[in-house]
Write a protein that binds this ligand. Structure first.
Ligand code: FPP
Length: 247
């Protein structure tokens, strides 16, 4: 096992977990098996992130666009998430993991959102890895909700349009208080952001991995951290210092 260079660990890694369906197709299995295997890869990623000293791990679990999948697949995905919270919450809590949920909480029915919020509440005081679960998440929707709230404040005379700055937007996004992702990984060979953390990804490093998400393991996570450590981040300037050590 090749451990990453621990001097340049990204503070925040975000992952677009892609390829569950293709992983299953390749094996002549139903897509749902791919998603089930995907949850195992989630567990691996959480452990590896904690072990490496990553402070924030964001996982794109269910996008606001995923509702358009066949009803059976949506039911499967929501069921897997429900089971993950039921089965893994105690262990995550014991491991000092703090859970944060991002995404649109409006108009969501059923027991899943309350479960996710309870997981967030239960683990609020933990000080280890922050696991950010993007659920019913879409970046444009998140930004629109911020604009809506700012417009209301402007209309109420609480805010002048010229006073709106980037920090104000940061502080109103679902990710308020969470540093921008240093590294965004997407599995399955697709090279797109797919409406994920558009605002927050302004200076992120991107890593596209050909493997399907169910095959993602600790070694791949550590390899990704190694690749990150070798990158030069400039943030529009000329510095050659890697971000994680530059702060
Ligand atoms: C992409 O594969 C994956 C998803 C749409 C969902 C990811 C969800 C999980 C891994 C399980 C639940 C998550 C947590 C945090 C417990 P795809 O179906 O788009 O694959 P394809 O592109 O090959 O069809």
């Amino acid at each position: 096992m090749v451990k990453p260079d621990l001097t340049v660990i990204p503070k925040h890694v975000a992952i677009i977990m892609d390829g569950n369906g293709r992983w299953a197709n390749q094996r002549g299995l139903p897509r749902t098996i791919g998603h089930t295997k995907g949850v195992e890869a989630v567990r691996e990623a959480v452990k590896a992130a904690g072990e490496a000293g990553v402070e924030y791990l964001t996982l794109f679990a269910f996008s606001s666009e995923n509702w358009s999948r066949p009803e059976t697949e949506v039911t499967d995905l929501l069921g897997l998430m429900r089971r993950f919270i039921r089965r893994d919450l105690a262990e995550l809590h014991r491991s000092n993991v703090r859970i944060r949920i991002i995404g649109d909480r409006r108009n969501l029915q059923g027991d899943l959102l309350p479960m996710l919020l309870e997981a967030e509440e239960t683990t609020r005081a933990n000080s280890g890895l922050t696991l950010v679960i993007a659920f019913n998440y879409g970046s444009r929707n998140e930004i629109l909700r911020v604009i809506e709230r700012l417009a209301v404040d402007v209309a109420a005379g609480l805010l002048r349009p010229e006073d709106i700055d980037a920090a104000m937007i940061d502080g109103r996004l679902d990710t308020a208080g969470i540093p921008d992702p240093d590294l965004i990984i997407r599995t399955s060979g697709e090279e797109r952001l797919s409406n994920f953390l558009l605002w927050q990804a302004a200076y992120s490093e991107f890593l596209f991995i050909p493997d399907f998400w169910p095959d993602f393991d600790r070694q791949m996570f550590f390899d990704a951290l190694k690749t990150y450590a070798a990158r030069e981040r400039r943030f529009g300037g000329l510095t050659t210092k890697p971000a994680a050590v530059a702060g």
